[in-house]
Ligand binder design. Structure first.
Ligand code: ARG
Length: 243
């Protein structure tokens, strides 16, 4: 286990460079993305949080999870403000120019979420619609693509997906394009009557992100492989996605 953190500053490198024992690692996440990361009783919880805590324990570092805006994660990794990020972040070619990723840990597609009973049954019904997305996400990129093809009337960009969901629930937008597992969770937990009417098989995979050439990437991949291998991954999956 990690034991007591040796230092409070996550950006500090260990003196001898050997091993991570006792090192505090600053981890960025946009903690408004249930069930991957969300606040409950003042604490971050969720699939990603359980996964990264398990990885930290095995790799021997002390996780210091910071709640940040999703759009600020990659710049914050590049500037060295954060040592890594776990935020349901899709591994994309564009992002791989800027940061490094762990091995994939989750598969997700995009989805079209609407108020139940609305006229919108697919992406073909969005020409006059106002569609909400979260800034800097793959959902926003897909929606921008649809819009450039003339298939979406108006795009409204929100800092958090929570704000986009609220806008859908109160009628400010007509639909939200977002990762399927998160929108499916909203259907379950929303006080409003929502439904997913279409999924887009983008084949996205989530990865943990690092600044280029981080010495943390290899130990994280090793711990992740162990966690998949020994059934711990299945347990965490069952906890957040089981019935
Ligand atoms: N998977 C999508 C992406 O990488 C959305 C991630 C949003 N994550 C979050 N914690 N808000 O762009």
């Amino acid at each position: 286990g990690g034991g007591d953190a040796g230092g409070e500053n996550g950006a500090e490198q260990p003196e001898d460079g050997a091993g991570l024992e006792g090192r505090t690692v600053t981890i960025a996440s946009d903690i408004a993305y249930r069930p991957f990361e969300f606040m409950e009783g003042g604490e971050p919880v969720g699939f990603d949080i359980d996964l990264i805590n398990e990885i930290a324990e095995r790799a021997g570092f002390e996780p210091d999870i910071q709640n940040v805006t999703f759009d600020g994660i990659i710049p914050g990794l590049q500037s060295g403000t954060y040592d890594m990020a776990i935020s349901a972040m899709t591994i994309t070619e564009e992002r791989e120019q800027q940061v490094d990723f762990s091995d994939p840990y989750f598969n997700a597609d995009q989805s079209l979420l609407v108020r139940a009973g609305s006229d919108i049954e697919s992406v073909d019904d969005l020409a006059d619609a106002n569609v909400g997305v979260q800034l800097g996400t793959t959902g926003a990129m897909l929606a921008t693509e649809f819009q450039s093809e003339g298939r979406i009337g108006e795009l409204t960009t929100f800092d958090t997906i929570e704000d986009a969901f609220l806008a859908l629930e109160n009628g400010q937008v007509d639909a939200v394009i977002n990762d399927f597992p998160v929108s499916a969770d909203r259907v379950e937990t929303s006080g409003a009557d929502l439904e997913i009417v279409e999924t887009f098989p983008t084949g996205e995979q989530y990865g943990i992100a690092f600044p280029p050439d981080s010495e943390l990437r290899e130990p994280v991949n090793q711990a992740l492989a162990e966690i998949k291998e020994d059934g711990t991954y299945a347990e965490i999956y069952e906890k957040w996605f089981g019935q």
